[in-house]
Design a protein around this ligand. Structure first.
Ligand SMILES: Nc1ncnc2c1ncn2[C@@H]1O[C@H](COP(=O)(O)OP(=O)(O)OP(=O)(O)O)[C@@H](O)[C@H]1O
Length: 344
């Protein structure tokens, strides 16, 4: 488990002080992948460095498995850091060492016997699906494979916490997907707490259980991915949804956006909604998927104009949130509305 309490990091003094992290509070549970997203300069890397105490927090605490790292001496910290594995965007492998020799490095530093190290390295390379590449050098491996070697090395000392700083950034979609699957397997099999720092929202949706958005050193929104996706008011939830253009609405209809807000939305909600409203409904676009074992989704519909409030109420009864979308710019209804506004 990782516990972050009132974590603040500033650089400089007096008038020249820069506050990079400003009172962060969050917990990454055992067996949880917690993503931190945010624009460039938000403080994501500084957060990662404070969690593995490469940077000392200015105030607040970082607790890993009940041990407050901020209170440790340098010597104690070196030992405590073994419980934290880190993977970076650049895999950081030594080019003159084979995959196996790279994975063995932390074990060598620790003085593990050669035989023990050989067994552990074989086990780790097997774990990340690279047994057949043990004697390959980094330049003989793909980007995704190099990242797997990096993960194996990060796991060498049996950490309970894994820090991933932009580890999938720059990888192609297939490699990203395979690293994401590997991290989820490790979360489940080894009960790891994984802090996953990224700027890629698509990856967050694939990998994380929870997410926090960092802006100028502060967490502006956070929560379980499923809850955020189901919250019609969540900015983070909206930015996590896959963006696809819906079809144009037929003439004489209004466009509506419908989102799942509940776990018990019936699978035949569209038929029920049409029956309830006693009206045809055109499905213009939809995305329904399982996230952390729960169904989430949204759809764009076209419905003939009905009395105000009817669609919202019928949708609510099915566990859905419905809101009318403005007519797309340039469409006949939008031009008519603009003309009316000009006349008024
Ligand atoms: N040693 C330092 N001294 C002064 N300011 C620093 C130092 N390290 C980082 N900063 C500042 O802290 C802010 C956050 O930097 P950080 O690298 O943590 O952001 P980030 O969210 O990881 O950005 P990116 O996604 O671009 O890597 C930046 O404005 C940066 O200039």
């Amino acid at each position: 488990m990782i516990g972050i309490e009132r974590l603040t990091k500033t650089y400089g003094h007096g008038a020249g002080t820069t506050v990079v992290l400003d009172g962060l509070d969050f917990t990454v549970g055992t067996g949880e992948i917690f993503a931190v997203v945010g624009p460039s300069g938000a403080g994501k890397t500084t957060l990662a460095q404070c969690v593995n105490l490469l940077e000392r927090p200015t105030s607040g605490s970082v607790t890993v498995n009940g041990v407050n790292l901020s209170r440790l001496t340098e010597r104690q910290l070196r030992v405590a850091r073994r419980r934290i594995g880190t993977i970076f965007q650049s895999d950081g492998l030594y080019s003159r060492r084979t995959a196996a020799q790279n994975v063995a490095l932390p074990l060598e530093y620790l003085g593990v016997t050669a035989a023990e190290s050989r067994n552990r390295v074989a086990e780790l390379l097997d774990r990340v699906g690279l047994s057949s590449r043990a004697s390959f050098y980094p330049h003989q491996l793909s980007g995704g494979q190099r990242q797997r070697v990096g993960i194996a090395r990060a796991l060498a000392l049996r950490p309970s916490v894994l820090l991933s700083d932009e580890a999938t950034s720059g990888l192609d979609p297939d490699s990203t997907a395979s690293i994401v699957e590997l991290l989820k397997e490790l979360r489940d099999d080894l009960d790891l707490s994984i802090l996953f720092i990224t700027h890629e929202m698509d990856t967050v949706l694939q990998v994380a259980d929870s997410v926090a958005r960092l802006e100028r050193g502060r967490i502006v929104e956070s929560g379980r991915i499923v809850d955020l996706l189901r919250d019609p008011h969540s900015v983070l939830g909206r930015s996590l949804r896959p963006r696809r253009d819906a079809e144009a609405a037929p003439a004489g209809t209004e466009r509506w956006f419908v989102g799942y807000t509940h776990s018990a939305v019936p699978a035949d909600w569209l038929i029920r909604l049409a029956a309830d409203l006693d009206s045809p409904i055109h499905l213009l676009g939809a995305s329904i998927e399982t996230v952390s074992g729960e169904t989430v989704g949204h759809a764009t519909l076209a419905v003939p104009a009905l009395e105000p409030g009817r669609i919202e109420a019928a949708a609510r009864a099915l566990g859905l949130d419905a809101r009318r979308l403005p007519a797309p710019a340039g469409s006949a209804p939008a031009l008519a509305a603009a003309a009316l506004e000009r006349v008024a």
